[in-house]
Design a protein around this ligand. Structure first.
Ligand SMILES: C[S@@+](CC[C@H](N)C(=O)[O-])C[C@H]1O[C@@H](n2cnc3c(N)ncnc32)[C@H](O)[C@@H]1O
Length: 412
C-alpha cells in the first residue's frame, strides 16, 4: 500500500464516550479491497461524504461514530470502517507500548469483554507484524488491569471489539474497527459453491458498471449466486448491513441498540417494495444453483431472482438493455486452464451472437484465458478476490448507434 494523500491520524478521540462520540465529528477511515477504491468513493459521495484519498485501499471522511454506524449499514464495496482514536510518535516497540498504555482503554472496553488486534505495519526493525499486535495487546491489557483490576480476554476472533494498529514512518495510529468482521461478510452466505466471489468484490464489480437496478441483470455461471444477490440488494435499495447481526461497534462500552435499530428502520423504510428489473441466475450445476437459492432466501431476495439449471448458452435473456456478468472458472483453483479455453471462446460467441444491446462483464484472474473471448474490451479494471488479482472486463455489445439508454452513466 502506498501513502498518497491525507494521513491516517485523523483528529483522534482523547477520551472515548459513546454518547458524545456518536455525534462528535472525527475522521473515519474506510478501507476496501485492492482495485475497489473508485467504486467505494462513488458510494461515499452518494451517501453525502467528501472522501479524501489516504491509500490506494483507503479513504478518509469526516464523520462521527453515528456516521460509522450508517456507513457499516450502507457500504457495499468497503471492507472496514475505522475510527482513529490516537496518533503518536513511535520509533520502536517500546515507544509503541508506552504510547498505548497511557490511553484510557477503560472508557471503551469492559473488563469482562474481549478484544482483538489487526495491524498494518511497515516499520524498519519490525519484521513480524504479530510482534506489534502483541505489544498493542499487552499495553491495552496492562492498562485495563491497572484501572479495573481485571483485563478483558483477547485473541484472534474478530467478533467483538477490534482495534486496528496502523504504524509506519515512526507514526502509530490506533483505530477502533467499528466493523469488526470485514463488511464483505454480509451474513447471507450459508452455502458456498466452488470458488465463490467475496460479497464486497461482487458489489464492486456491479458498481463499476452503469447498472443500478433499472434494467435486466443476467448472471450465467452464477455459482453460489453472489453477483445476482448483490444485484438484487442494489435493485431493492436494501442496505447490505441489514443482514448482519454483529459489528465491532456493538461491543463498545455504552453502545445503545436503539441507535442501530433506528438506522435500520430508516433504511427499511426506503426500500423498494418490488424489484424493477429482471434478475436471472443460471448454472450448469444443480448443487451450485441450490446454494445460490438458499443464499438468496437468506438475503430475502429469492423472489427477485429467476433461477435455472442450464448451460450458460441456454440462459434466458430478457430484451435489452441490460448487463450480463460472467465469473467463469479460471484455472487457479478450479479446472484446468487448457480445458477452459473452449469455455472462454464460447462465452465470447454467446456475448457476440446473443447479447446485442447488453453491457457484458467477465471477471477472471486468468489473462491468457480472457483473450480467448475474442472480443475487444472497452475497459479493464483490476480487482482482487482476496489476494488473487483479477480483471473485470467490460464489453459494449452494441451493433449500431451507441445508446446506453436507461442504464445511465456511472460516476467515478
Ligand atoms: C467461479 S464459479 C462462479 C462463482 C460465483 N461468482 C460465486 O460467487 O459463487 C464458476 C461457476 O460456473 C459454473 N459452470 C461451469 N461451466 C459451466 C457451463 N458450461 N454453463 C454454466 N455454468 C457453468 C460452475 O458450476 C461454477 O458454479
Amino acid at each position: 500500500m502506498t501513502l498518497k494523500g491525507a494521513s491516517w491520524s485523523g483528529s483522534g478521540i482523547p477520551r472515548f464516550n459513546y454518547m458524545r462520540t456518536l455525534s462528535q465529528p472525527n475522521d473515519l477511515i474506510i478501507t476496501c479491497g485492492r482495485g475497489a477504491a473508485p467504486m467505494l468513493a462513488s458510494e461515499l459521495k452518494q451517501l453525502g461524504y467528501t472522501p479524501r484519498v489516504v491509500e490506494d485501499t483507503a479513504w478518509a471522511v469526516i464523520g462521527s461514530l453515528g456516521d460509522a454506524l450508517r456507513l457499516n449499514l450502507w457500504l457495499r464495496s468497503a471492507q472496514r470502517v475505522l475510527m482513529p482514536l490516537h496518533t503518536f510518535r513511535a520509533r520502536n516497540a517500546d515507544e509503541l507500548y508506552k504510547g498505548l498504555v497511557a490511553q484510557p482503554w477503560e472508557d471503551l472496553l469492559r473488563p469482562d469483554g474481549y478484544f482483538s488486534i489487526t495491524t498494518g505495519v511497515d516499520m524498519p526493525g519490525i519484521r513480524d507484524p504479530r510482534f506489534a499486535a502483541l505489544r498493542t495487546k499487552d499495553a491495552i491489557a496492562d492498562r485495563m488491569t491497572k484501572m479495573c483490576g481485571q483485563r478483558p480476554d483477547s485473541g484472534g476472533d474478530r467478533n467483538q471489539t477490534v482495534f486496528h494498529l496502523h504504524w509506519r514512518n515512526d507514526e502509530a495510529t490506533i483505530c477502533l474497527d467499528t466493523s469488526g468482521e470485514p463488511l464483505s461478510r454480509r451474513g447471507y452466505r450459508i452455502q458456498t459453491g466452488a470458488a465463490p466471489m467475496q460479497e464486497g468484490l461482487a458489489a464492486a464489480c456491479i458498481l463499476a458498471s452503469p447498472w443500478r437496478g433499472e434494467s435486466a441483470f443476467v448472471n450465467p455461471m452464477c455459482g453460489s449466486g453472489t453477483l445476482a444477490i448483490e444485484a438484487a440488494l442494489i435493485a431493492r435499495n436494501r442496505a447490505p448491513g441489514l443482514l448482519r447481526h454483529n459489528f465491532g461497534f456493538m461491543h463498545v462500552k455504552g453502545y445503545r441498540e436503539e441507535d442501530w435499530k433506528k438506522l435500520k428502520r430508516d433504511a427499511q423504510a426506503g426500500e423498494y417494495e418490488h424489484c424493477k428489473s429482471a434478475i436471472i441466475a443460471t448454472d450448469i450445476s444443480p448443487r451450485a444453483l441450490g446454494a445460490a437459492k438458499a443464499n438468496a432466501e437468506r438475503a430475502h431476495v429469492a423472489e427477485d431472482i429467476t433461477f435455472k439449471v442450464c448451460d450458460f448458452a441456454e440462459t434466458p435473456l430478457p430484451p435489452p438493455p441490460g448487463v450480463i456478468y460472467f465469473n467463469p472458472e479460471y484455472g487457479e483453483r478450479l479446472g484446468d486452464p487448457e480445458n477452459l479455453e473452449p469455455t472462454y471462446r464460447r462465452i465470447g460467441d454467446f456475448l457476440k451472437q446473443k447479447c446485442t444491446g447488453y453491457f457484458g462483464y467477465v471477471f477472471t484472474a486468468n489473462l491468457p484465458l480472457s483473450k480467448r473471448i475474442g472480443l475487444h474490451n472497452k475497459r479493464r479494471i483490476i480487482l482482487y478476490n482476496a489476494n488473487l488479482e483479477g480483471r473485470l472486463l467490460e464489453f459494449e455489445l452494441y451493433t449500431g448507434t451507441r445508446d446506453p439508454g436507461p442504464l445511465g452513466a456511472v460516476e467515478q
